[in-house]
Design a protein around this ligand. Structure first.
Ligand SMILES: *[C@@H]1O[C@H](CO)[C@@H](O)[C@H](O)[C@H]1NC(C)=O
Ligand SMILES: *[C@@H]1O[C@H](CO)[C@@H](O)[C@H](O)[C@H]1NC(C)=O
Ligand SMILES: *[C@@H]1O[C@H](CO)[C@@H](O)[C@H](O)[C@H]1NC(C)=O
Ligand SMILES: *[C@@H]1O[C@H](CO)[C@@H](O)[C@H](O)[C@H]1NC(C)=O
Length: 429
């Protein structure tokens, strides 16, 4: 459950969300849709992923953590940051979805402006929900210079209380200074880019394993000759499900979730279905249950009852296969002598809507935690929601997504996925 201090922040911000209506969809006449390809790197200490893009005048490069569930792009416009092309969005303007208004005692700079529409600086790993200023500035995305997109900026240094684990940046890779959100929200970068370029929103994501580089293509649109054509023969498709209940930090009646859910019908270990209550795999009236995809957790989290069944069945199959179990290494439970597991790890498949299977490759299943010890890379997600009022039963995390090409097509609400590219002797790098 959210703590009482979280609730106070929920209330403060409850006015400011979920009524996004007018984004400027102005289009420069001569630009054809083209891909916006951003590099992705993995942070070895948090096992999270980030990208890099430029903002403002003079251009400053920011590393931003990648959050599939994130509603917008927000960055730390710290004390030394004073972009001359920054335009705060005025309260009550067409672009401002909110009735609230923020101000600042000055001196003027991004993150300290008067009569400014609030935006959010949401980080599901932080302890609180932070309000930032909604603004517009030039973004440098791969070779493209893009203006007219909305983002939020917050001066983290400007608030002495934002230190340590109280910071809006808590839990993110040390070298990052904000979040790039890729959710269905109208403020997310892929959606804003698609609207601006008048193409259907569609983006791909390929997370690298280790320190090799992956990529994200924020806007595929109708581009021909995209770099994924040759991989398309491996790709399977399943519907993206909309959870009708908001799963964010603020619960607003009748507002659906911005996050990406898929319909996992069964989990198979070596071909046998896990015996789970069907209600856990579907989304109930209150928005609980179901399976979502997240890039802001390193390892897949299973709600406790799913987790217990999963570990028990996995250990049984592992013992049938003569894997040598060793002492657990937190947060993992099922650990093995890695010299005993070569190519004999039990096979895990997610059976998805549309009759397709997502086979989790051995490299996505196990994680090497120390010399000769590999653990099943799934963790107990508990029973209570974090920074939200609802809880998914399965949250597929970064390790399980690595070296999988994922294409999110929001117009047709479909997810295409490759399963592991390693099985095809290629990778995200
Ligand atoms: C997002 O933008 C679209 C197109 O402009 C609009 O139809 C839709 O209502 C907006 N969604 C929200 C939640 O405001
Ligand atoms: C930031 O730059 C503006 C001019 O673009 C200037 O008016 C303002 O004083 C500067 N703020 C700070 C804190 O240096
Ligand atoms: C905002 O308005 C207040 C009150 O008028 C003023 O004292 C302050 O300097 C202004 N801040 C900025 C950044 O202009
Ligand atoms: C991948 O490479 C290995 C070794 O080079 C080879 O044995 C295997 O057949 C290849 N697999 C595919 C799908 O091309």
């Amino acid at each position: 459950m959210a703590s009482s201090s979280d609730i106070i922040h929920f209330l403060l911000l409850s006015l400011s969300l979920f009524s996004v209506s007018c984004l400027s969809a102005s289009q420069s006449p001569n630009t054809k849709p083209h891909p916006f390809i951003l590099p992705i790197k993995k942070d070895p200490s948090t096992n999270l992923f980030y990208t890099s893009l430029g903002i403002g005048t003079p251009r400053k490069n920011f590393n931003l953590a990648i959050d599939l569930s994130g509603e917008n792009l927000w960055y730390n416009c710290d004390t030394n940051y004073n972009s001359s092309s920054y335009i705060p969005i005025a309260c009550g303007s067409k672009q401002c979805p909110d009735v609230a208004c923020i101000g600042c005692n000055g001196p003027f700079k991004p993150g300290c402006t008067n009569n400014t529409c609030p935006g959010t600086a949401f980080n599901s790993l932080a302890k609180f929900i932070f309000s930032a200023g909604l603004g517009e500035d030039i973004l440098f995305i791969s070779q493209n210079k893009v203006s007219g997109l909305l983002s939020s900026c917050i001066d983290v240094d400007g608030f002495p209380s934002f230190t340590g684990d109280e910071s809006p940046l808590n839990g993110l890779p040390k070298n990052t200074n904000g979040i790039i959100g890729l959710s269905r929200s109208n403020f997310s970068l892929p959606i804003q880019l698609a609207l601006k370029n008048k193409v259907p929103p569609k983006f791909s994501l390929c997370l690298p394993s280790s320190n090799k580089q992956g990529f994200t293509n924020l806007l595929v649109g109708s581009v021909s000759g995209d770099p994924f054509k040759e991989l398309s023969k491996f790709v399977q498709t399943t519907p993206l499900i909309v959870n009708p209940v908001s799963t964010g930090s603020v619960s607003v009646k009748g507002v659906p979730s911005d996050e990406y859910f898929i319909d996992v019908k069964a989990i198979k270990i070596d071909g046998n279905d896990l015996n789970l209550k069907p209600s856990l795999l579907s989304i109930d009236k209150k928005g609980n249950g179901g399976t979502k995809i997240s890039t802001l957790i390193p390892f897949t989290e299973l709600q406790s009852s799913v987790y217990k069944t999963f570990i028990r069945d996995f250990l049984k199959k592992a013992s049938d296969r003569k894997l040598k179990r060793v002492a657990s290494v937190a947060p993992f439970e099922a650990c093995f002598d890695s010299t005993s597991i070569e190519n004999s790890v039990p096979r895990i498949d997610l059976e998805l809507q549309g009759g397709v299977h997502w086979t989790i490759h051995e490299r996505n299943l196990m994680v090497n935690v120390k010399k000769n010890v590999a653990c099943l890379a799934f963790v107990d997600g508990g029973t209570e929601p974090k920074m939200s009022f609802v809880k998914a039963s399965i949250v597929i995390g970064g390790h399980q997504l690595e070296d999988n090409l994922l294409v999110f097509d929001l117009a047709s609400s479909k997810l295409s996925f490759s399963s592991s590219l390693l099985a095809h002797n290629t990778s995200c790098s």
